[in-house]
Design a protein around this ligand. Sequence first.
Ligand code: CDP
Length: 232
Amino acid sequence: MDAGTAGAGAPLPAVIAIDGPTASGKGTIAQRVAERLGWHYLDSGALYRLAALRALRAGLPLDVPDAAVLAALAGGMAPVFEGGRIRMDGDDVTDAIRAEAVGDAASRIAGLPAVRAALVDLQRRARRAPGLVADGRDMGTVIFPDAALKVFLTASAESRAERRYKQLIEKGFSANIADLLRDLRARDARDSSRAEAPLKPAEGALVLDSTHLSVDETTQVVLDAYGRLRQG
Ligand code: CDP
């Protein structure tokens, strides 16, 4: 089956869900796949990062988080994604949300069920024709359980730390591989062990280890898997 159905209504646009741990290359691969198919792209992690940035800017404590306040703040966001840039609260926050401190804060608030619930609609509204490629931690398990194709993208912790290092340096942030590796392992542990929507492969997911694959090769594996589904 190619797309989910909403009760008796018209079939919903197809979704390809790409989940995986931090710095596994989900974003790059999901964007490439979306470009090749001419589909929309949802960076769900950006929403958690945006909520975290809002919380940090508001000076809210994240070690003893107030779930209701954070959920209201997440649910009240109206980010604008345009031309590869993200604007929120009158500011261009495209680069600010990529800081490691914001990623870390995102992973903390992402463990709160109320925050996750507040972001569900915003994510599901991204499902528009002709199709959506969505990347995150729970795209295939929770947000789009009827996704046509579910991919769980991994890579070794060392190669993910190296990729993240390059990404941060390119964006003008300072970074250190040993610190990145430590933080990445901590984030993996937090994302995988939380009770709500833990990071894990969805049932039936294609588990793809990209440690020794290039971006082009990984993109092609996903496109081929989707092509086979459509033929089958
Ligand atoms: O780029 P990276 O993989 O490090 O992070 P991201 O995808 O931008 O997500 C930042 C944080 O948000 C993650 O560490 C997760 O804790 C959380 N997140 C989540 O819980 N569920 C999602 N669907 C996406 C992100």
